[in-house]
Design a protein around this ligand. Structure first.
Ligand SMILES: *[C@@H]1O[C@H](CO)[C@@H](O)[C@H](O)[C@H]1NC(C)=O
Ligand SMILES: *[C@@H]1O[C@H](CO)[C@@H](O)[C@H](O)[C@H]1NC(C)=O
Length: 203
């Protein structure tokens, strides 16, 4: 009897500690300062090996609680961020292409660029779909496909911004579009670096 009641009271005691501590220390990773520092440090260190480390960290640190310290989730998040940036650049171009007063050369460059960007969106989508198929027996094969898709996306984005340079299209529209596409290309280059790094861990 005695021991049952003391067990019971110690259970209550632990429960109280748990309830109180869960108010003081929320369990979510985002609110756990130590874990969130570890996650951010992991992203910073990984990003330092990319070509655009500051853009890399700025675009991925908001996903730190998802990424934690996983190189695979880091590569996946980098692809997701890149895809959403490519989609929004694509939507912006569609809007801008409807503005009157664009020179014929500008309109032609815009049309080409929209096609290339749309290809790059498809290629990024394919690479993200392949990420979920990365499993041990076929790892290298699938990884090779992912690297091929992402490289193709990067080539398309570079072709797009080169088109604007060649046509010597002046004005704000060009710089807006070029800036956005350049940003997408930099995110893609970073994602590719993070993917290559993850691939090496498995080599
Ligand atoms: C990336 O996006 C896909 C599809 O929306 C999702 O399933 C996956 O969890 C995301 N990956 C990361 C690391 O956020
Ligand atoms: C760019 O936009 C600014 C303000 O929006 C305007 O003052 C400037 O003349 C524009 N430049 C060109 C080349 O269109």
């Amino acid at each position: 009897m005695e021991s049952t009641s003391s067990k019971l009271s110690s259970t209550f005691f632990l429960l109280q500690i748990f309830i109180i501590s869960s108010f003081i220390y929320p369990t979510s990773a985002a609110r756990n300062p130590l874990r969130s520092k570890t996650n951010n440090d992991f992203i910073k260190t990984s990003c330092s090996e990319t070509t655009y480390p500051r853009l890399c960290f700025a675009s991925l640190s908001t996903h730190a609680s998802t990424i934690q310290t996983s190189p695979k989730l880091l590569a996946g998040a980098a692809l997701n961020v890149t895809l959403s940036s490519a989609k929004s650049a694509s939507a912006l171009m569609l809007k801008l292409s409807k503005i009157h007063g664009i020179s014929p050369k500008g309109a032609a460059a815009m049309k080409d660029c929209m096609e290339e960007l749309s290809d790059s969106v498809d290629e990024l989508r394919n690479s993200i779909a392949e990420m979920s198929k990365l499993r041990t027996p076929s790892f290298n094969l699938v990884m090779n496909d992912i690297q091929t898709w992402v490289s193709a996306a990067l080539t398309d984005e570079n072709t797009c911004s080169d088109g604007f340079a060649e046509e010597k299209i002046k004005g704000n529209l060009t710089s807006i579009v070029k800036g956005r596409v350049l940003n997408v290309a930099q995110l893609t280059s970073n994602a590719l670096a993070l993917i290559n790094k993850y691939a090496l861990l498995h080599a």
